[in-house]
Design a protein around this ligand. Structure first.
Ligand SMILES: C[S@@+](CC[C@H](N)C(=O)[O-])C[C@H]1O[C@@H](n2cnc3c(N)ncnc32)[C@H](O)[C@@H]1O
Length: 623
């Protein structure tokens, strides 16, 4: 934003995610900057011993890495277009589905959602040689997207797989993942965490890539998930029945939750002696350690004396043992004549849940077979999509990371059939929760008539889950409760699209007629025949407003002025926008604009005096 008292052109591109890091570095080492540029010699000296001096160092390189970094720094010129007709409960829902290439979408979301996402789960292409790896082009990212998805006759031709025979097989995949993971990290809250599904094809590279982006010290775990419940008989070598989820935290502020005990685990608690404190399990009172003060004789209820077996001692000293015995916490077996005593551990006294482990069997987290069964049931037939994950798997992640009534944002930007959205909706229903999802999915072509793209499959799945849940308790939707407490059974759809503003691309062939035509287009920078609501959303996105902002029009004298408000920011923020061709000269007075209020209008809607006046009274941006 320029100095107060000036009008500023609206920014037509997404914010630069790297700028924030550079600003932090500059804050830490102000002496190393001169004239807006870093002085590396000074920085090296300031960093002292942390700079590697020798020619050999640990590095992780692949062909195309520099281009991938350049891609990250290329701001998006695209926008997100609202699609209310494809949405459910547009006005009230906070769940989001965004159709588009996730890199462009993440760039557009960056300003509004940086540091706000609690959990990211992604299930990217595994680079099996048959799956589609998005062919980014840093020279013109949106052009690639439009070409890929425009659905002209030859659309889909570029949607090729990344064949193993391609010379840059691993490199192409790493270049695709690098900028996306980089942005993912920026979106996480300090106590947020990311889980990435992957298999043996790229797990080793992904670990190195994530070490670099998130920092090795933020590695949380590699989960081994048992995806198959039986071996594959036609496997050439071993039948691989598991894959992985790599997990990294944004910072050490992350705290995992305990998982609720399963029926099986609770089943281990019994009450054979009708103890009024309820069910309990037994734990040994010996330990594999010799401590002289804990070796003493004990007498069982039948009068038999026992001592700890050789090489062990009791877990507690004699005084503590007596306290346990007097409190009826010692158990010598149902006949009271066991060789060793046990300590009773009551269910009511143990922690409310169990510590999650890194081994997830299919009974605990579902299998691929479960995933197909549940989508078939929902779609009432085979879904034209091969690689859904079981909802149970994502629910486990939600349980470990998010809490029910937290409004936590859960992001999945390789959404596929939208298992993550289903898991959020169902777990919220089970727990009366308020988590919300943000799904991003490319309109990758399927060749299926009813669901021509995977994005269509995802949206239809969400609609079906919503209508299933709505039928199960129709009264929850009908209100009756206060609006804040109402279950969110809706979702808003946006789609990646071209900007509604003319953007200066130059006149390549120095043709005077073309130049005149281009200049003419710039007289009205808003493209012809565009939906004004979509234009307002573009302004909101580029200003860094979230997709749950509201846009409220009001008649102000001869003008229509829209107030765009984002109540999810702390403090809430808003700006005014007027797309009329002329602005009334007393508009600032009519709107009671104060110095910090932002108003956006067409440059051509102001004469010089009004522009100067407005810029003095408030913040003015022009299109
Ligand atoms: C393995 S699938 C995800 C499956 C999902 N977890 C589920 O349960 O249905 C990966 C998805 O990422 C999508 N995808 C690939 N590249 C993408 C990109 N650049 N932007 C958005 N989605 C992309 C693919 O179309 C595919 O649907």
């Amino acid at each position: 934003m320029s100095a107060h008292g000036d009008k500023t052109p609206v920014t037509l591109t997404s914010a630069d995610p790297n700028a924030e890091r550079v600003a932090q570095l500059r804050k830490l080492f102000p002496e190393c900057w001169a004239d807006g540029e870093v002085n590396f010699d000074k920085l090296r000296a300031a960093l002292g011993d942390s700079v590697s001096a020798g020619p050999e160092r640990f590095t992780f390189l692949w062909a195309g890495r520099a281009d991938a970094a350049a891609l990250l720094q290329t701001p998006s010129r695209a926008t997100l277009v609202p699609k209310p007709a494809e949405s459910v409960d547009w006005d009230t829902t906070r769940n989001l589905f965004i159709e588009g290439d996730n890199l462009e979408v993440l760039k557009l979301l960056y300003k509004a959602y940086a540091g706000r996402v609690k959990l990211i789960y992604i299930d990217p292409p595994y680079n099996t040689g048959n799956d589609f790896v998005y062919p980014d082009d840093f020279a013109d990212p949106l052009a690639v997207y439009l070409k890929l998805t425009k659905q002209t006759d030859d659309a889909g031709k570029l949607l090729t797989s990344n064949p193993e025979t391609s010379g840059r097989y691993h490199s192409a995949w790493l270049s695709m993942m690098y900028p996306r993971l980089f942005l993912a990290r920026q979106l996480l809250r300090d106590d947020g965490v990311i889980f990435v599904s992957i298999d043996d094809n790229e797990v080793h590279h992904l670990r190195l890539l994530m070490n670099e982006i998130f920092g090795e010290e933020n590695f949380v775990a590699t989960i081994a998930w048992q995806k198959r419940d039986s071996p594959s008989n036609d496997a050439k070598g071993l039948s691989v029945t598991h894959e992985y989820l790599l997990s990294f935290q944004r910072s050490e502020a992350f705290r995992r939750n305990l998982l609720p005990r399963t029926e099986d685990q609770i089943g281990n608690y019994k009450n054979p002696d009708n103890d009024p404190r309820g069910v309990w399990t037994q734990t040994y009172i010996v330990r594999q350690e010799v401590r002289k003060d804990r070796i003493y004789p004990l007498t069982n209820p039948h009068g038999r004396t026992v001592t700890p077996p050789p090489g062990t001692s009791w877990r507690v000293d004699q005084q503590m043992y007596e306290e346990y015995r007097n409190d009826n916490r010692i158990w010598w077996g149902s006949d009271g004549n066991g060789d060793l005593p046990f300590l009773k551990r009551f269910l009511t006294e143990v922690a409310q849940g169990v510590v999650p482990t890194s081994w997830w069997d299919y009974k605990f987290a579902g299998s691929n077979r479960n995933a197909s069964v549940e989508t078939r049931a929902l779609f009432e037939r085979e879904m034209p999509f091969d690689t859904p994950k079981p909802t149970k798997l994502v629910k486990r992640l939600l349980q470990i990371v998010t809490s029910a009534d937290s409004d936590d944002i859960v992001l999945d930007f390789f959404g596929g059939s939208c298992t993550t959205a289903q898991a959020v909706l169902e777990l919220n229903r089970e727990e009366g929760g308020s988590r919300r999802f943000v799904m991003v999915q490319l309109p990758e072509l399927t060749g299926n008539e009813q669901f021509p793209t995977i994005a269509e499959i995802g949206k239809e799945r969400i609609r079906r889950v919503i209508s299933k849940l709505a039928k199960e308790t129709p009264n929850m939707l009908a209100g009756g409760q206060s609006s804040e407490l109402r279950e969110d059974l809706g979702f808003k759809v946006f789609a990646l699209g071209e900007s509604h503003f003319e953007q200066w691309a130059g006149v390549p062939d120095r043709d005077a007629a073309k130049y005149a035509k281009t200049m003419e287009a710039f007289l009205d920078p808003i493209k012809p025949n565009v939906d004004p609501v979509a234009v307002l959303w573009e302004l909101a996105v580029k200003e860094g407003y979230g997709l749950n902002s509201t846009i409220t029009p009001a008649k102000v004298g001869t003008n229509t002025v829209h107030t765009v408000t984002d109540t999810e920011r702390d403090p809430p923020q808003s700006f005014r926008a007027c797309l009329d061709v002329k602005l009334a000269s007393d508009i600032a007075k009519q709107l009671s604009l104060a110095a910090n209020d932002l108003i956006i209008c067409r440059d051509s809607a102001l004469d010089d005096t009004l522009a100067a006046n407005l810029a003095l009274q408030c913040r003015l941006k022009t299109i």
